[in-house]
Design a protein around this ligand. Structure first.
Ligand code: 7PM
Length: 283
């Protein structure tokens, strides 16, 4: 029996683009490291996101930040599982688990997560099997290098072709392992081993990727590419993030990962309406 039995309908529903809200449960995301307070703080943040129209909440207990400290299995489980249980008991919103660890995938889905967001695209030993057995949706993200090394000197012959080929290879690996094609979501991994030029090339070339069979997820919220482009600090990147999200949705992106929910929901709705008008005009 899988964790999904009895919940046939809880996977994130696609159709109009979905907004995925970032919920970090690393100790540095809270003033107090205590277990109770971190669960309460996470639920308060989730409550705000729900009131602002979030479609999926992405719970992460390990920072994907370049150079971030490595978190052990037990510590990551202790951070995320109580939060997932609390979210499940209080909100109806689908939950995604942001992890690269098979044991965390398994436990998070048993606790109620219905999506696995893996920045390592299920390449960790045992991850494909854990994801398969969970029955959850899976986001496969492209990343060049490791968190420690990825921003040192990113290089591609052709970034769009290289990222697309990688994602296709991961889709094939997942399908050979027994994961249905309709459980897979693809993500070019903006900022993960890419310089500004690479990120812009990927964001300009989403249309063919989105026209393929798998929904595409994009994460641009507050990213350093906007620092490089505009000289803005993290807290000054909202307008830039919304512009990029809108351009992505116009090309057909299905899920936008973001920190600023209300603003992103509006930007996505406008871009999607214009996309639909363009598609109606084309027929
Ligand atoms: C430092 C560097 C801090 C990068 C935070 C980040 C994505 C993701 C992240 C994404 C998917 C951030 C990132 N980004 N998962 N997790 N796609 N699927 O800006 O683009 O949130 S962490």
């Amino acid at each position: 029996m899988t964790a999904r039995q009895g919940y046939p309908d809880e996977r994130p529903r696609l159709g109009r683009p979905q907004v995925m809200g970032v919920l970090n449960v690393t100790p540095d995301s809270f003033s107090d490291g205590g277990a109770f307070n971190s669960v309460e703080a996470a639920c308060q943040r989730a409550q705000i996101m729900v009131s602002e129209g979030v479609d999926i909440i992405d719970v992460g207990g390990e920072s994907s930040r370049p150079g971030a400290e490595i978190v052990g299995d037990a510590e990551e489980l202790a951070r995320v599982i109580p939060v997932i249980r609390a979210l499940r008991s209080r909100f109806a919103v689908p939950i995604s688990i942001d992890t690269t660890k098979p044991v965390v995938m398994q436990a998070a889905c048993a606790a109620g997560a219905s999506m696995i967001n893996d920045v390592n695209a299920l390449r960790s030993p045992g991850a494909i099997e854990a994801a398969r057995d969970s029955g959850a949706m899976v986001c496969l993200m492209h990343r060049q290098g490791t968190p420690a090394s990825m921003q040192l000197a990113p290089h591609y012959d052709d970034v769009v072709a290289d990222v697309t080929a990688f994602l296709r290879e991961r889709v094939a690996a997942c399908m050979s392992a027994g994961i249905d094609a309709d459980r897979l979501v693809l993500d070019p991994g903006i900022g993960f081993g890419k310089n500004l030029e690479h990120n812009l090339a990927l964001l300009a070339a989403l249309r063919p990727l989105c026209a393929d069979r798998h929904p595409v997820l994009i994460g641009v919220s507050r990213k350093s590419m906007f620092g490089a482009l505009l000289g803005r600090t993290v807290d000054q990147r909202l307008a830039a993030s919304l512009a990029a999200a809108a351009v992505a949705v116009f090309q057909g992106v299905a899920i936008v990962r973001a920190h600023d929910i209300r603003a992103t929901v509006d930007a996505v709705a406008v871009a999607y309406a214009i996309r639909n008008a363009a598609m109606a005009g084309a027929t």
